[in-house]
Design a protein around this ligand. Structure first.
Ligand code: TXA
Ligand code: MG
Length: 327
């Protein structure tokens, strides 16, 4: 007899959130929705729980995690806010912005969660379920995207179940996520804040609040990256991606953007459009689900139409480039 072990998925209502908080307090792993993507949560103060989380994801140990908190007051127990960091938190929290800050001296977060760094990444997610879970658990929660390391991030509970299956204790389901790409990461460690990862808040919106351009990260080293999730081949689906395609070749699927389709589209193995109207916010929300679906189409490769680089287009192009990088 074949016994199939599957993870429980529960609609994210009050009772399920209470169950989830108990599991987290006991050191378990719970996938939950945020406004960006689904996260795989663990108690950030429990080193053993964090170790189980790395194992479930199959994540290289040097990849530090984002610690999720309710608000800036909670974040200030973990990281030191300078004036710039406070300005950014006031403007964008709760929301898809992660701040990398110097760790406080009595930071309760497990050393493993920050991979032994002197800095810590914190964010206050803008999702009622994430917020309720953090408040009910009463602890900061680490939550990397709830996918196996190197796979695309999950934007539905079904994606989480497909990728992490029986490796975790519970999945809270609250439907598809709104933003669809991960948070923007900004390091506030010196005079000038630095953009480490483009994401759900556009660079221009941050620069407008700051009144100055964001700095660029120093070139990353493969062994000690600044934001190690930025490894070139991160976010890889299985099929080959062909970027900036102006036509569809035989046996390709098409990831389209905007109203007009390129020559050859009629013969594509499958066609999905990130946004038929050319809306970059809609495109970000659809990105990972469409990549997954086209990956399953059996196509030889996925032709990807050009996506403009302004606004959320910066994050979309970043994720596409990583998914296309040779492995
Ligand atoms: O939207 C998001 O940020 C999602 C949801 C679930 O909140 N989370 C997410 O986590 O994308 P993850 O683990 O997939 O990506 C975390 C990124 C990695 O690139 C990691 O290297 C970077 O944050 N990071 C964490 N701590 C850091 C630190 N102290 N310094 C620099 N980068 C850091
Ligand atoms: Mg991730």
């Amino acid at each position: 007899m074949v016994v199939e072990i599957t993870t429980r998925t529960m609609q994210a209502e009050a009772e399920a959130i209470a169950d989830a908080a108990c599991i987290l307090t006991a050191g378990g792993l719970v996938a939950f929705p945020t406004e960006t993507v689904y996260g795989l949560g663990a108690d950030a103060t429990n080193g053993a729980a964090v170790a189980r989380l790395y194992a479930a994801k199959g994540r290289p140990r040097f990849n530090p995690l984002i610690v999720h908190v309710a608000d800036q007051t909670a974040a200030a127990r973990l990281g030191k806010f300078d004036a710039t960091a406070s300005t950014l938190a006031a403007a964008f929290w709760p929301g898809p912005l992660t701040l990398v800050l110097p760790k406080t001296d009595d930071c309760p977060v497990a050393e493993l969660a920050t991979a032994g760094l002197e800095t810590i990444a914190v964010r206050a997610p803008d999702h009622p379920v994430a917020h309720a879970l953090i408040e009910t658990t009463g602890r900061p929660l680490v939550a990397p995207s709830a996918n196996r390391s190197g796979h695309v991030s999950p934007t539905t509970a079904a994606h989480v179940a497909a990728d992490l299956g029986a490796r975790i204790d519970l999945i809270l389901d609250a439907g598809p996520t709104r933003v669809g790409v991960e948070s923007t990461i900004v390091a506030c460690l010196s005079e000038r804040p630095v953009l480490l990862r483009p994401g759900g808040i556009a660079r221009a919106a941050i620069e407008q609040v700051l009144g100055q351009p964001l700095g660029e990260p120093a070139p990353t080293r493969a062994d000690a990256p600044q934001a190690p999730g930025m490894l070139a081949s991160h976010y890889a689906p299985i099929s080959r991606l062909r970027l900036d395609a102006d036509m569809v070749e035989p046996q390709e699927a098409l990831l389209a953007f905007g109203p007009g389709l390129p020559p050859g589209a009629a013969h594509a193995v499958a066609v999905l459009n990130l946004s038929p109207t050319g809306d970059l916010v809609e495109a970000a929300a659809n990105l990972f689900a469409h990549l997954r679906a086209l990956d399953r189409s059996g196509a030889r490769a996925i032709a990807v139409m050009p996506v403009p680089r302004e606004g959320l287009g910066e994050a979309i192009n970043d994720r596409l480039a990583r998914a296309a990088a040779p492995r």
